[in-house]
Design a protein around this ligand. Structure first.
Ligand code: UDX
Length: 454
């Protein structure tokens, strides 16, 4: 068949680096580009600058195979690639709501200006509606018009901790393009994904659509997931005043296939680099488009999510027998062990992590907080330097008046409550993720408190 197009991934953060490595693994010749020379040096040296299971090994084998390289040079990338995937970040602006597109602007302008031949630029970053058309205008402004450079859009749905699978075996591909040539290039650039699926006798559903739909798919999917989580957390609040158990409630409603079991885990809510910022940027964009009303419920979704963090503070104050004044509780003199810092397990990411937010609330209330997380401590230290960090559960627990489990790492789920019971001063545990076996912990002599559970 036709030779495989050569691919570049512009922006080697979490998204771009994962894609670059996985597409090299699929047999493409790949170049990753980033303006951050430290990041590029690490990746070139075989080191993934973030924690993602299995990715290090894949990076090293593909570097060795000569299919994968990294650069800081836009000229080199422009010279190399037939298809360029834009994977730069779109962080939240200082207004706390809308998305900052300056990285997209820089990446596209520099790349377009350096292109020596016709190429396809594919947007992957999560962006507000209307960005693809704006990118086309940027390309028109910076690229040589004779080259007829084209733009396409294909959102990604990576889940941290599961990212390799999500790239190699996506549960769907969304492809938006405007010419037969662009469509052909996009399919060629994903042939490896289709071939792998065929070899495993799977199918990859493809949704071909216009730019506006492709841009919306990502934020709509994340809004749905965030809403599902806040829904069950709202039910947890109701369970707390009725004496019901939200874990059983979730299981019971989840047996209805129209609802499904997943994303109904009540606890301290959602965090991370995507869900919170995406639902805010989506609201800001809808407002600009005169459709703010349509997404007003996402504001409520956000509020429910924020309330879960305070719930742990309130419960801690109650369990430690402290009064809760207008300025919040005074927890001074109390020693609290916190297990978990990352926004979910199997990642070192602490961006907007509910666990760290709760830890900050506890520390600000005057508690002496002792934290252990299996992977996120280096990142946690930079965000929250003023608490004490430990390198194991057994080191974090001694003399604690209260233990809070805030991220559902397997190491915490599997911890033996009997073996740990002698360590703290009081055998009281708040299970912020409903991840512990309540009966087992109670039998081992602990006072167990879940979220939305009696
Ligand atoms: C999310 C989307 O899942 C992914 O498709 C998109 O591309 C990026 O955003 P990610 O940020 O990796 O991925 O996190 P995810 O696994 O979805 O979890 C988000 C947060 O929700 C975590 O803090 C998690 O603890 C929380 N969560 C998830 C719950 O509180 N309850 C649940 O039932 C599920």
């Amino acid at each position: 068949g036709a030779p495989k197009p050569r691919l570049t991934f512009v922006g080697c953060g979490y998204l771009g680096a994962t894609y670059a490595i996985c597409f090299a693994e699929l047999g493409y010749e790949v170049l990753g580009i980033d303006v951050d020379s430290d990041k590029i040096a690490k990746l070139s040296g075989g080191e993934v600058p973030f924690h993602e299971p299995g990715l290090d090994e894949l990076l090293r084998s593909n570097l060795a195979a000569g299919r994968l390289a990294f650069t800081t040079s836009f000229n080199e990338a422009a010279e190399f690639g037939d298809v360029h995937f834009i994977c730069v970040g779109t962080p939240q602006r200082n207004d706390g709501m809308s998305a900052d597109l300056s990285y997209v602007e820089q990446a596209v302008s520099k790349l377009a200006a350096a292109l020596p031949r016709k190429a396809l630029i594919v947007g992957k970053s999560t962006v507000p509606a209307g960005t693809a058309t704006w990118v086309q205008q940027l390309v028109a402004k910076h690229a040589d018009p004779d080259l007829a450079v084209e733009v396409a859009w294909s959102p990604e749905f990576l889940q941290e901790g599961h990212a390799m699978e999500d790239v190699l075996r996506p549960n769907r591909l969304v492809l938006a393009y405007q010419s037969a040539w662009a469509g052909g290039m996009l399919y060629a650039a994903h042939k490896g994904v289709f071939d792998l699926a065929a070899a495993e006798e799977r199918e990859v559903p493809v949704v071909t659509c216009d730019f506006a739909t492709a841009e919306l798919v990502k934020v709509a999917a994340n809004s749905f997931l965030a809403t599902k989580i806040s829904f069950i957390n709202a039910m947890a609040e109701i369970c707390e005043v009725t004496g019901a158990d939200v874990t059983l409630l979730a299981r019971a409603i989840g047996h209805d296939p129209r609802i499904g079991q997943r994303y109904l885990q009540a606890g301290i809510g959602f965090g991370g680099g995507c869900l919170p910022k995406d639902i805010r940027a989506f609201q800001a964009r809808a407002q600009e488009l005169g459709a703010g009303e349509s997404l007003r419920f996402l504001h409520e979704v956000d509020l429910i999510n924020q309330r879960r963090r305070n719930r742990v503070l309130k419960l801690a104050a109650h369990l430690l027998d402290r009064s809760f004044g207008p300025a919040g509780p005074d927890l001074s003199g109390a020693r609290i062990a916190v297990l978990g810092a990352t926004f979910k397990p199997n990642t070192d990411d602490v961006r907007d992590a509910p666990a760290l937010a709760v830890t900050t609330l506890l520390a600000n209330a005057g508690a002496d907080v002792h934290v252990y997380d299996p992977a996120g401590m280096d990142n946690a230290r930079t965000v929250l330097p003023d608490v004490t960090y430990h390198t194991s559960i057994a080191e974090a627990l001694p003399d604690a008046d209260l233990v809070c489990v805030l991220t559902e790492w397997t190491e915490f789920r599997n911890a033996d409550p009997t073996a740990l019971a002698h360590l703290p001063a009081q055998q009281v545990v708040i299970d912020g993720r409903n991840c512990l076996d309540a009966a087992l912990w109670t039998a081992a002599g602990w006072q167990y408190h879940g979220m939305g559970r009696p």
